[in-house]
Design a protein around this ligand. Structure first.
Ligand code: SF4
Length: 350
């Protein structure tokens, strides 16, 4: 069973400044959820949506309630959600069936039903356009291919399309944080670690490919965005300038807050602990959502975020004090040279 979108459905593009131009049909896999309720004799069903799809939540609950036996209660998580790293564990504990929409599994669990919500946007028209930026196969046959979870259902089609045009397509599965071959996350680009100097990213927005280009500065990253119908080359210059400026400001800090994120897939305890172990002027702060408001009252000079790297790099300018990655902290205190500055990636699960 699927739901037809009657108005524009926005994806989670908070940090890109873009809005989706295409309406989409999402498959909420209602039948699979109903089956799990029946098999588990469940009395509570929890639904968790990413930010861009939260407003679809009540409609999905309507569809479920129309089919569920009397007495089965449907709960919708109001917690913020930006990835499969961000499961509502409290809801998981309180429900017999817990459904996480919009992301592919970071870690499989019998308790969780992941509904990936693949995009139905066609990818080949934008790939056709990307040929203007890709080096031709006679000159440069190797090309890496990556995409996000939303377009994973079209990955074989993308690969075949490039191969038909004479390219050698290099793909790999990253690490255990990634479900599929060729998949990238905002914090993990290990799947682009392939033997090719050009990498084609097929997916919406600049959120992912910018991180990809920073993580792989030796490669040309071509962004083929089928959602907004544009092809661009990832340019990290502006981004790097912003990081250098933040690190410079952090060099003056005397007291540090070291953030340990309590979200299930965003905790890097060893890294956070090591910093406070070696710096008497550093304080370990624990929190789930990392927001400017939550840090204001601590009054510290700078913060190291060991949680989601995108909070640091994309939302960093919203924080009053400098917010740096663990490596940027080491640069700021003089343990590493500034020119080694690299993108903060996150590996493993929990
Ligand atoms: S930690 Fe990674 S997967 Fe989770 S929200 Fe941040 S970028 Fe996305």
């Amino acid at each position: 069973m699927s739901q037809e979108s009657t108005d524009r459905t926005e994806g989670d593009l908070r940090n890109t400044g873009m809005a989706l131009k295409h309406d989409r049909t999402w498959d909420y896999e209602i039948e699979r959820i109903l089956q799990a309720v029946s098999e588990r004799n469940a009395s509570t069903v929890g639904l968790q949506f990413p930010e861009g799809l939260k407003r679809r939540g009540p409609r999905v609950a309507d569809d479920l309630r129309a089919e569920l036996p009397d007495g089965v209660r449907v709960l919708i998580s109001g917690q913020p959600c930006y990835g499969a790293c961000d499961l509502d564990t409290e809801m998981m504990r309180r429900t017999d069936v817990f459904v996480h929409f919009g992301h592919s599994p970071m870690k499989e669990s019998e308790k969780i039903i992941y509904v990936p919500l693949f995009s139905n946007v066609e990818v080949t028209p934008i790939m056709e356009k990307s040929l203007a930026e890709l080096k031709p196969p006679e000159e440069e046959p190797a090309v890496g291919l990556v995409t996000t979870a939303q377009h994973m259902n079209k990955f074989d089609e993308m690969r075949a399309w490039l191969e038909e045009r004479g390219y050698e397509v290099h793909v790999r599965r990253g690490d255990e944080r990634l479900t599929h071959e060729g998949q990238v996350l905002g914090c993990n680009y290990a799947s682009a670690d392939v033997d090719a100097d050009q990498v084609l990213y097929v997916g919406g927005g600049k959120f992912h490919p910018l991180g990809l280009a920073m993580e792989h500065p030796d490669k040309t990253v071509i962004i083929a965005d089928p959602v907004n119908n544009v092809v661009t080359i990832a340019d990290t210059e502006q981004f790097m300038k912003q990081r250098y400026a933040t690190v410079h400001k952090a060099m003056d800090a005397e007291e540090w807050g070291v953030i340990y994120c309590t979200k299930i897939g965003q905790g890097r305890w060893e890294i956070a602990e090591e910093i406070v172990e070696n710096n008497d002027s550093a304080y370990l702060l624990t929190m789930d959502e990392v927001t400017p408001d939550r840090l204001t009252n601590f009054g510290l000079d700078a913060y190291v975020n060991t949680g989601c790297p995108r909070i640091t790099t994309d939302d960093g300018p919203q924080f009053k004090q400098p917010m740096v990655t663990p490596q940027e902290y080491r640069i700021a205190i003089g343990e590493e040279p500034l020119e080694d500055l690299a993108f903060d990636t996150f590996h493993g699960t929990w």
